[in-house]
Design a binder for this molecule. Structure first.
Ligand code: TUI
Length: 318
């Protein structure tokens, strides 16, 4: 067992969060991860409150263990989804892609733990001051919408900047990654791409197999020119996106080109014209297994790595 400030804070067995990924982190995955002793997180994405409510009821029917909901702050339904989470007494909310300050006090007043994703030490400090219970420091290795600092550089700087627990995200695909971020000062890790390649994730089989087949250089960043960088697998869609950005097309045309692409890949299985959002760990994911197996392997490997590293320390000879 790995016991950290995060397992204590969230009352979970393992210091592992499952990223609340839009379209793919649905109730099935959340239940599997929370039942496996991690924190399952529902991806609210851009979904309307009725869909989120239905998913929450399914999570509650499937597990009595802690779980969370992720709300990306660009969702048109942020206010309604926050209100719904308050009504439904969701234990934990994570936020992404923006500054959640206006929502922190009402959520805290309702007894909900708030854990914003940050891509800088400066925002981490502001989040702590605003009352965040922990922060997720997400490096640019992550899939989907990203910041510009690597996990290796970001996590220790965020850990120095705040006293609440820090959760590392981006570049953690197995137990070596978990051990590494604990070494950097994190109290746990969030894994996204690894949990897409699980039996319980509803992503289309084509999406999962695209990740399983890829190598460490398989991803690229689209949307940098419009201030919305997104890491995804380099496929015909991503190459066309790159060409469009280079051609000097207007922001509106670029946004229109990108709209609906994640859904197309994740739900319809169109991994040619869809956006297969995935992190740089894609190259180290070789199988699709139950989520509980991901948790078990990750913890066992982290424990083995930390134990073997400890053995490197020897007494100096006289
Ligand atoms: O939110 C994410 N990753 C996501 S959301 C998403 S949904 C989507 N769907 C279609 C097209 C594009 C996206 C896919 N991936 N990660 C959390 C995250 N937040 N990463 C980086 C940040 C972040 C960046 C800047 C958080 C705060 C921030 O600060 C801005 C500010 O206002 O200070």
């Amino acid at each position: 067992m790995l016991k950290t400030a995060l397992t204590d804070l969230l009352h979970i067995d393992h210091p592992i969060l499952q990223g609340g990924m839009a379209w793919v982190a649905t109730a099935e995955l959340v239940v599997a991860v929370s039942e496996g002793g991690g924190l399952g997180i529902l991806g609210a994405g851009n979904a309307p409150p009725d869909w989120v409510r239905d998913q929450l009821l399914r999570v509650k029917a499937g597990t009595s263990r802690p779980y969370g909901v992720n709300v990306p702050l660009f969702s048109p339904f942020v206010d309604d989804v926050v209100q719904l989470c308050i009504e439904q007494q969701v234990p934990v909310m994570t936020t992404g892609a923006g500054n959640p300050t206006p929502y922190i006090a009402p959520l805290k007043d309702a007894g909900i733990m708030v854990i914003p994703v940050v891509a800088s030490a400066a925002l981490a400090k502001r989040m702590e001051r605003a009352g965040a219970d922990a922060v997720i420091a997400e490096g640019e290795e992550s899939g989907g919408h990203i910041g510009t600092v690597t996990t290796l550089a970001l996590v220790p700087q965020v850990a120095d900047a705040v006293s609440v627990p820090v959760i590392a995200a981006g570049g953690v695909g197995d137990g070596r990654g978990l051990a590494a971020v604990l070494t950097l000062g994190a109290a746990g890790a969030q894994m996204g791409t690894r949990f897409i390649c699980t039996d319980e994730c509803i992503a289309h089989a084509n999406y999962k197999h695209t990740i399983v087949r890829s190598n460490e250089r398989a991803t690229m960043i689209t949307g940098m020119s419009i201030g919305h960088p997104v890491r995804c697998i380099r496929n015909p869609m991503a190459r066309d996106f790159e060409e469009l950005e280079k051609s000097g097309a207007s922001d509106i045309d670029i946004i229109e080109f990108g709209t609906g692409r994640l859904q197309r890949a994740a739900m319809e299985g169109d991994v040619v014209h869809g956006s297969v959002m995935a992190g740089q760990v894609s190259g180290m994911i070789h199988d699709v297994v139950p989520a509980a197996e991901v948790l078990r392997r990750t913890v066992a490997q982290a424990e083995a790595v930390l134990t073997s590293l400890n053995a490197l320390i020897v007494e100096e000879k006289e």
